[in-house]
Design a protein around this ligand. Structure first.
Ligand code: PMP
Length: 408
């Protein structure tokens, strides 16, 4: 154990040098960036930048090679079925929208059902509301258990819905940190012959993934939640699944031939990457994956589990603190409320003590309704967090609980 995070990595994050007082507990929203990621982006702009896939000159060809090398790198990192089945998007949200508007719009018909859960992030709900709305189809939700897991009995039952066309579930909850049994979710869907999308925005940063073995039909994630820059996400699917799908966005780079009246479309992966992508950000994402590999995803998972259990030990005894979510199978997320206080006020007090947490519905309003709360405060941990951070949180929360206890 080090007061500099997993393997001393906190020293690699310049933000903590510039703000030494900060206790950053909001990595589930977005993570800080290590120097190698910042350097990779700056270096690419300084020495290697040009638009890609237009390689009439060497600089552009080299930039294209750097960009495409990250695709290979990411496919290897996530153990995707093939490099061409990894599509770069702007973020996880856009990746879900790609599936909704390409696969969904063309496969859903009146009366069909998309099965989500009431734990989903809005990014895995609203695209389905939009597309089922266009097709006269509808969305149904698997229930959450009182301790914040997916209700697998309810899931098993809803998989039998006669017009079910697609399952779309999260791998890890952003609001509670619950790690769902992804393999089981996929196997159950497939046992009913249903394709499944997994929202891995909160799983990819925290767990070693083998997407080929997992076998989900669609998997989505965001770079900015795993030490990489914002502006880059991935959709990962089997090549034959993507091959059968029409384009989502149209424009340059995704075509084979264009006439004034009609066009034909490029092969994978370009068919799904219209327009100039976030080139330098993709390069930065590659550096983030290298950095994560250096730390080791197994180590990251184990380190966060240790921090999470330490946090539970510290926070559980605090009377007047309500904690949400299961006691095990959690990524480093703690959602809580101080009895008698609004989550935003709690977050405001914590901010005055230089502790950054998020407060609100965490883009998971149905989950908040299932918990019967309006909002929660959420502390989330990553590789650079330490037991001292947890101690600071616990210390402040004891004070806040006392304050609201006395003033209630
Ligand atoms: N799904 C989950 C579970 C998330 O936590 C988030 C981000 N909060 C998203 C999807 C959307 O990610 P992005 O905003 O990067 O598109």
């Amino acid at each position: 154990y080090s007061s500099l995070g997993l393997r001393g990595c906190k020293a690699d994050f310049p933000l903590f040098r510039h703000r030494p007082e900060l206790v950053f507990l909001d990595s589930a929203a977005s993570t800080q960036k290590p120097q190698p990621v910042i350097d990779a982006i700056a270096d690419f702009y300084a020495r290697g930048y040009a638009n890609i896939h237009r390689g009439a000159y060497r600089l552009s060809a080299q930039a294209t090679d750097r960009f495409e090398a990250v695709r290979e790198r990411a496919a290897q990192f996530f153990k995707a079925p093939a490099a061409e089945s990894l599509i770069f998007t702007r973020n996880a949200t856009e990746a879900v929208n790609l599936v909704a508007y390409s696969w969904g719009l063309h496969n859903l018909n009146a009366g069909d059902v998309v099965l989500v859960s009431e734990m989903e992030h809005h990014a895995n709900l609203v695209p389905w509301h939009l597309v089922t709305g266009l097709r006269g189809a509808r969305v149904e939700a698997v229930r959450m258990t009182p301790d914040g897991r997916l209700d697998l009995e309810d899931y098993a039952q809803k998989l039998q819905l006669p017009n079910l066309k697609l399952v779309a579930l999260q791998h890890v909850s952003n609001a509670l940190g619950t790690i769902h049994p992804a393999r089981q979710l996929v196997d159950m869907a497939h046992a009913h012959g249903k394709p499944i999308l997994l929202d891995g925005a909160q799983a990819a940063p925290h767990l070693p993934l083998n997407l080929t073995e997992l076998g989900a039909d669609f998997y989505v994630l965001s770079s900015h939640k795993m030490l990489g820059p914002s502006g880059v996400g991935c959709l990962i699917a089997a090549p034959d699944t993507l091959e059968a799908m029409p384009p989502f966005l149209g424009g340059g780079d995704m075509i084979r031939e264009v006439y004034a009246e009609r066009s034909t479309y490029a092969d994978l992966p370009n068919r799904f990457e219209a327009g100039t992508p976030a080139i330098a950000e993709v390069v930065g994402f590659g550096a983030a994956l290298d950095y994560l590999e250096g730390l080791g995803m197994e180590h990251i998972h184990a380190y966060e589990a240790e921090l999470f259990h330490y946090a539970l030990e510290q926070l559980n005894p605090i009377e007047g603190l309500e904690l949400y979510g299961p006691d095990s199978d959690r990524a480093g997320v703690i959602s809580f409320n101080v009895r008698g206080a609004h989550a935003h006020d709690v977050a405001g007090f914590l901010d005055e003590a230089n502790i950054g947490v998020r407060a609100g519905h965490h883009c998971a309003q149905p989950l908040m309704r299932a918990l019967d709360v309006e909002s929660t405060a959420r502390a989330s941990f990553y590789v650079y967090n330490t037991k001292e951070d947890v101690d600071a949180l616990a210390r402040e929360l004891r004070d806040i609980v006392n304050f609201f206890g006395e003033n209630a």
